[in-house]
Design a binder for this molecule. Sequence first.
Ligand code: FAD
Ligand code: NAP
Length: 359
Amino acid sequence: MEPQRQEYFAGISDGVVIDGRNGSDRGFLPNGHSHALTKAVRVVSGTLPPMTNGTKMAQRDMDGDSSDEHAPRLNPKPAYSVLQKLRTITIGAGFSGMIFAHKLRYEHPEMEQIVDNTIYEARSEVGGTWLVNTYPGVQCDVPSHIYAFPFDPSPDWDRFYSTGPQIQEYIVRTVKKWDLDRDVQFNTRVVGLYWQEELSQWKVTVEHDGKQHDEYADVVISGQGFLNTWQWPRIPGLQEFEGHKIHSAAWDHSFDPTNKQIAVIGNGSSGVQILPQMAKAEGTQVISFQRGPTWIVSRMDPGKLLGKSNIGSNPVYTEEDKRKFRLDRESHHQYRRKLIHNINKAFRMVCTRETHASR
Ligand SMILES: Cc1cc2nc3c(=O)[nH]c(=O)nc-3n(C[C@H](O)[C@H](O)[C@H](O)COP(=O)(O)OP(=O)(O)OC[C@H]3O[C@@H](n4cnc5c(N)ncnc54)[C@H](O)[C@@H]3O)c2cc1C
Ligand SMILES: NC(=O)c1ccc[n+]([C@@H]2O[C@H](COP(=O)([O-])OP(=O)(O)OC[C@H]3O[C@@H](n4cnc5c(N)ncnc54)[C@H](OP(=O)(O)O)[C@@H]3O)[C@@H](O)[C@H]2O)c1
């Protein structure tokens, strides 16, 4: 393509460039881009398409016309082309990173031809929260059937609420089943993100095996979670304490609690799960330090949703329940809908009189 044409072409809002080297205008673009293709072909053949807002702005940019100083300047380089995919970098391979990988690959398969996505994961396995938090009693407070990958909810949960290890096992199994870790680089931490104005790209500094290098991306997606860095509370003398000191977010499994005097500091979601586990270990004396009350929302009655009564707050699913969910996908779907509806209903309690009145 002639240089001027290539330049004009690059300014088209769809950002498509056709490589005419093999003489063909066809076969490069993914499905759903026929409109862009038509425009492109018309440009290549010299028939200019009517200008859209995008092309007008791009043309103005190239003409050096700065009459509208507030108009965004378009980068003349296309975001992607047949020769170069859009480069995305995802940080993290927890639920968020894996759901995004699934969306790119299965919900929008055409993206495979447009987007080159690399997932950097600091740890050596997928799972994020559920890989890392392994303290005694770790459990999810969202019902198992809806704390799930939306594209592959399991019919086989053992209980209404699941433990951390059960959720981690489900994540690993589902990621393997859908090959979602194909583009994950494990043991690789993102340590710097710098926007490069002149390139319209992110410079992403990653660290692997103690060595750093830079990668570049058009789009960075953060799936790094907001609960994965932890710190000790600032309590004078804590650092000098000579007994065994364990943080819930980095549990030391070599610690044997039996016959020990144990202080549990804090009564947040982790504290309330750890406390009973320490108390029931043999011969322990446990003190719970609480500086404020714990507020607990009354739970839904799991039995009601299953048409059963008196089955407790975390009942098991019977083999019959599981079989029904497995064989009758619609009933599984409806059951999950009921769960979500019940959870959403609970948000009414945070509505004030004013917000009710304004609805
Ligand atoms: C103990 C605990 C219990 C919880 N229980 C519930 C619950 O009952 N119900 C509920 O709804 N939510 C709960 N949560 C919240 C939970 O974090 C989210 O539900 C969900 O798992 C978050 O997934 P995520 O993929 O967004 O983040 P995460 O699971 O945190 O995953 C982030 C990933 O990004 C990686 N990462 C982070 N920074 C970098 C970096 N710079 N470079 C490379 N990789 C990086 C991490 O290693 C991690 O694998 C709980 C959280 C904790 C800590
Ligand atoms: N849903 C679940 O099953 C589950 C389980 C675990 C974690 N999580 C999630 O993970 C996140 C973190 O939860 P978390 O419980 O680990 O941490 P957290 O919510 O930050 O709770 C920390 C607790 O420690 C207390 N604390 C801090 N410093 C203290 C001090 N110096 N003296 C006495 N008490 C002190 C805090 O008291 P104050 O409240 O007074 O600050 C609070 O009770 C939350 O978002 C939570 O929802 C969820």
